[in-house]
Write a protein of this length. Structure first.
Length: 223
C-alpha cells in the first residue's frame, strides 16, 4: 500500500527549535556588544550612545525576537487553540511596548546628540514598521480577541492577517539590518575586530531568524 501523502510532510518542530536557538544566540550577541563594547544602558546619560544601546536592545530583542516568538507560538505552545492565541497576543503586546519605548529612546538620542530626526532610510522604515504594527495589532485584537467577533469575518480575514503580519515582521528585520549598518559606519574602522564580527554575525543571524520564522508559518505543527 502506498503511504499517505501526509507522511511526507515536514513538521515545523525542528524549525521552531532552531528559531529558539537563534533567538538566544542573537540576544547573547546584542548583550555582549552593548555591554562590553558600547558601555551599557542608560536612559539619561552624558554618553548618548548608552541611550542608543537601549534602543538597539529593545528593537532587536524586545520587538523582533519576541515578535518572532509570538508568530511561532501557534507551533510551539502546547494546549488549546485559545491558549496559543493568548500567548500570541501577550507576546505581541510585549513587542508593541518594546517598539514604542525603543522609538522613544531613538528620539531621545537624536535630541541629545542634536541629530536631525527622520533623516535616514532606517528611520523611515522604522516609522513605517511602528505604524503598520500598531494598526495590525489593533485590528487583530478587535477581530480575534474582543468578545463577539463574527466567525465568518475572522475566517475571511485570517489569510490577510497572516500575510500582513509576516510582511511587517520582515520589514522590522530589514529596519534592524539598516540600523546595524548605520552603527557599523559609526565604528569608523577598516579592520576586522571582535566588535565588527559581532555586528556582522548579529545581522546574519537576524536574517536566519526571519527565514526560520517564515518557515514555521508554512509548515504544519506535527507529522
Amino acid at each position: 500500500m502506498a503511504p499517505k501523502s501526509r507522511s511526507y510532510q515536514i513538521s515545523a518542530t525542528p524549525a521552531t527549535l532552531f528559531g529558539h536557538l537563534l533567538a538566544m544566540a542573537i540576544t547573547t550577541l546584542v548583550l555582549v556588544w552593548t555591554l562590553k563594547f558600547r558601555g551599557g544602558f542608560a536612559l539619561e546619560s552624558g554618553i548618548e550612545e548608552k541611550i542608543l544601546n537601549v534602543h538597539t536592545f529593545l528593537m532587536v530583542v524586545g520587538f523582533i525576537l519576541i515578535g518572532g516568538e509570538a508568530i511561532m507560538a501557534y507551533k510551539t505552545v502546547q494546549g488549546t487553540r485559545n491558549t496559543q492565541k493568548g500567548v500570541h497576543v501577550i507576546l505581541h503586546l510585549l513587542a508593541l511596548a518594546a517598539i514604542i519605548f525603543g522609538f522613544y529612546c531613538a528620539i531621545q538620542f537624536n535630541h541629545e546628540s542634536r541629530v536631525p530626526h527622520f533623516l535616514t532610510l532606517h528611520s523611515w522604515l522604522g516609522i513605517t514598521t511602528i505604524s503598520l504594527f500598531g494598526i495590525q495589532y489593533l485590528f487583530g485584537f478587535v477581530l480575534y480577541v474582543f468578545p463577539g467577533g463574527d466567525m465568518s469575518s475572522r475566517g475571511n480575514f485570517m489569510p490577510w492577517h497572516t500575510f500582513f503580519g509576516m510582511v511587517i515582521f520582515l520589514l522590522a528585520v530589514c529596519t534592524a539590518e539598516t540600523g546595524l549598518m548605520e552603527r557599523f559606519f559609526f565604528l569608523a574602522t577598516v579592520k576586522i575586530n571582535q566588535e565588527v564580527l559581532i555586528v556582522n554575525f548579529t545581522g546574519l543571524l537576524l536574517f536566519l531568524f526571519a527565514a526560520t520564522v517564515s518557515l514555521t508559518v508554512l509548515l504544519p505543527r506535527l507529522y
